[in-house]
Design a protein around this ligand. Structure first.
Ligand SMILES: [Zn+2]
Length: 243
């Protein structure tokens, strides 16, 4: 039996899988935002509860919104910023008394889709995540491509290509630069664009709903986002609720 943990900025979700892939137990708890020690404790608690429900596990793997630096062996590039600079894999290994593998969550997602999901059978896979942030992973022959800096496939913090005059230098990004793709293409980016044209500070789902009702500001935000035909705007199913 194996345990997989998805450590996100707002929730921690764990699943216990039998060796044949069957789901034995699943659990979701809120992430203690901003508190590293409490985050470690919450992950340990999820693993303990999954053990109780499904029996002892042979391994634990954790997907995180960031990466372990090949140089420092510490977390970097995490939009869950309280993880940055921490030896997350080693701290969890001590607490759980076993080796713990930590990997980038986009790499985990792309690897899963390449194995038995939407990209099953494809030799080279680029998995894209659009949500609170913009991320991605590349999988070649079923193996995630980490790259020398453990950020292969990440494209959210490149400059927006072909920026129009009013898109340059662009909004400030948490990474310290301006005009990153993530500041335009993410859920918060779409909301920011809606606000910049006089709209309210509302969720993407609400922007889509208002556009479907003919709200001109919301329609304009979706046109600039270029999400296809207005006929699609009556449904919010094209957007993840995580945006
Ligand atoms: Zn950035």
């Amino acid at each position: 039996m194996r345990i997989g943990i998805d450590l996100g900025g707002s929730k921690i979700e764990g699943v216990a899988l039998a060796n044949n892939g069957e789901e034995l137990a699943r659990l979701r708890v809120p992430t203690p935002t901003g508190d590293y020690a409490a985050t470690l404790a919450a992950i340990t608690d999820v693993v303990t509860q999954l053990h109780r429900a499904a029996g002892p596990a042979s391994s634990v793997g954790v997907g995180i919104p960031g990466a372990i630096s090949p140089d420092s062996r510490l977390v970097k590039n995490a939009n869950a910023t309280w993880l940055i600079g921490r030896p997350l894999d080693r701290d969890l290994a001590v607490l759980l008394d076993r080796p713990v593998r930590v990997a980038n969550d986009a790499d985990c997602f792309a690897t899963a889709e390449a194995a038995d999901g939407a990209a099953q059978g494809a030799n080279i896979v680029f998995g894209v995540i659009l949500g609170t942030g913009v991320g991605g992973g590349i999988v070649v022959g079923g193996v995630p491509l980490a790259g020398a800096n453990a950020i292969a496939g990440e494209w959210g913090h490149n400059p927006l290509p072909w920026a129009a005059g009013n898109e340059h230098p662009g909004p400030p990004c948490y990474c310290g630069k301006r005009g990153c793709i993530e500041t335009f293409l993410s859920g918060p980016g779409l909301t920011l664009d809606h606000c910049s044209m006089g709209g309210e500070d509302i969720s993407v789902v609400e922007i889509v709903r208002r556009a479907g009702q003919g709200d001109a500001v919301a329609e304009g935000a979706l046109r600039r986002y270029d999400v296809g035909s207005p006929a699609l705007w009556h449904t919010s199913s094209m957007f993840s609720t995580r945006m």
